[in-house]
Design a protein around this ligand. Structure first.
Ligand code: MG
Length: 269
């Protein structure tokens, strides 16, 4: 009888384990998809190398152009802030650890800390730009109410042109085109830096995945010349385009979208 009971117990326990395993397999993967991208920014030396590569290229291009600069010309560069100059990965890391989703409130709380560090190489590059007599304009989609704390953050990092005249933040539209034009009225904009396609031209706004690729190919000679791209594996329009810019999708719907886009090797005939 004892032996029978033991067998029964083993059978029941095995059944429970198997059904739990089956549940894990069929359940959508809700593990934080941002964990590896955040670790890429925070721990991968390859990420640092990509940033240095971007700023070294930018400097080289400006050095070449400066040889042709006429005395009277007023030159400026336009740069984005988040994940181009400022590293906000800490805010994402905190959300992952707390199992929370990004919200407007969580972002505001982070911005108010004015605690972002610099993207590797950013401050050296910007100080060099300023020393050449070139102005720097920070065109960011941070809210206009964030200007004061952001300037505190920029000043803390000893970045040049950290003042209200050089910070053009989002008031009504997330399109940066009008703000770029405003700078172009008084300056010759010789370079743009960003981590998102929309930091460069309006062509890229709200485009689907195929259009983004096509537009990027069309201006292929501008990359590493007038347009300097910084890596951002954590977020951006590249991610929004995966979800067709739809807001409020459930984690399951998002996962289904992601999976549907994974390309397998073409079939060999
Ligand atoms: Mg950015």
């Amino acid at each position: 009888m004892k032996r029978y009971m033991r067998r029964l117990l083993i059978a029941v326990l095995t059944g429970i384990t198997l059904s739990a395993t089956a549940q894990n397999i069929t359940k959508p993967d809700l593990a934080p998809v941002k964990e590896l991208p955040v670790l890429f920014h925070q721990t991968a030396a390859e990420y640092r190398a990509l940033c240095y590569q971007a700023f070294n290229t930018a400097k080289l291009q400006l050095e070449l152009q400066l040889k042709k600069k006429k005395r009277k010309e007023k030159w400026a560069i336009v740069t984005d802030l988040d994940e181009t100059i400022l590293d906000n990965s800490y805010s994402e890391a905190k959300l992952i650890k707390e199992g929370k989703e990004y919200t407007g409130a969580s972002w505001k709380q982070w911005v108010n800390l004015a605690a972002a560090t610099e993207v590797p190489g950013a401050s050296d590059f910007l100080r060099w730009v300023k020393a050449q007599g070139i102005s720097i304009f920070y065109i960011s989609n941070r809210d206009t109410s964030d200007v004061v704390r952001t300037i505190d953050n920029l000043k803390g990092l000893k970045l040049p042109d950290a003042d209200t005249a050089h910070t053009l933040f989002k008031s009504s539209t997330s399109s940066k085109e009008e703000r770029r034009k405003k700078v172009m009225q008084n300056y010759q904009v010789v370079m743009l830096l960003g981590d998102n396609l929309t930091d460069f031209t309006a062509f890229f706004e709200e485009k689907d995945l195929a259009q983004r690729a096509a537009e990027t190919d069309k201006v292929r000679t501008s990359w590493g010349q007038k347009f300097i791209m910084l890596p951002n594996a954590i977020y951006g329009d590249w991610e929004n385009a995966i979800y067709n810019y739809q807001r409020g999708l459930t984690p399951e719907q998002k996962e289904a979208k992601r999976k549907s886009l994974l390309k397998e090797p073409p079939t060999v005939q």
